[in-house]
Design a protein around this ligand. Sequence first.
Ligand SMILES: Cc1cc2nc3c(=O)[nH]c(=O)nc-3n(C[C@H](O)[C@H](O)[C@H](O)COP(=O)(O)O)c2cc1C
Length: 166
Amino acid sequence: MAGEAVNPDNYRKAWSFFGTGVTVITTREADGKIHGMTANSVLSVSLDPPLALASIGHNRNSHPLIRANSRFGISILNSGQEHIARHFTMPPEQRVENGSFEYENVGDSPVIVGALSTMDCKVISEHVEGDHTLFVARVEHVKTTDGEPMLWYRGQFGHFVPGQEN
Ligand SMILES: Cc1cc2nc3c(=O)[nH]c(=O)nc-3n(C[C@H](O)[C@H](O)[C@H](O)COP(=O)(O)O)c2cc1C
C-alpha cells in the first residue's frame, strides 16, 4: 500500500506544501482591548451572502474572545508586514514590539492599518470540529489597498514571484 499512516508530523508536513496568504484575526475583549492572532486557516465560504470562515484552535486565547464578542476582523497582510505576523504567532506573554503597527476600525472591527484587505465579520455559526472551532461569519464591511502579499509556505514567510508565462 502506498503512503504512510497519518500521524501529527506527516499530517503537518503534507499541509506545509499548501502555500497560503497570512492574516491577523482581531477581536475586542470585554474591556475594549484588542486581541490578535496570526491565522491562515481562513477562507471565503459564500459570495451571496458574503460569508467567511476562520478555524481557531481551542487552546488559543482568541477562541473564547471571539466566542464572547461574536465579531472579528480579518487583515490580509502585505509583504512588508512580516513583523506583524511574527508578533501575533507568539503567545501574548512572549510578544515583544518588533516594529510598529497600528489599528483602525473597519465597520465595528479593529484591523491592521496598511493590510491589503480588511474585513469586519459578524459570527453567525460555530462548528466544533476536532481541536478547532470553525467560526462562520457574515462579512459586513471591507477595505482593500493595492500591494504585494505576504505568503506562508513550508514553515516560512515569503513573497509572491509571478510565473514566467505572464
Ligand atoms: C502562518 C501561521 C498561521 C496560523 N494559523 C492559525 C489558524 O488558522 N488557526 C489557529 O488556531 N492558529 C493558527 N496559528 C497559530 C497562532 O497564530 C498562535 O497559536 C497564536 O499564538 C495564537 O494567539 P492567541 O493564543 O493569543 O490567540 C498560525 C500560526 C502561523 C505561524
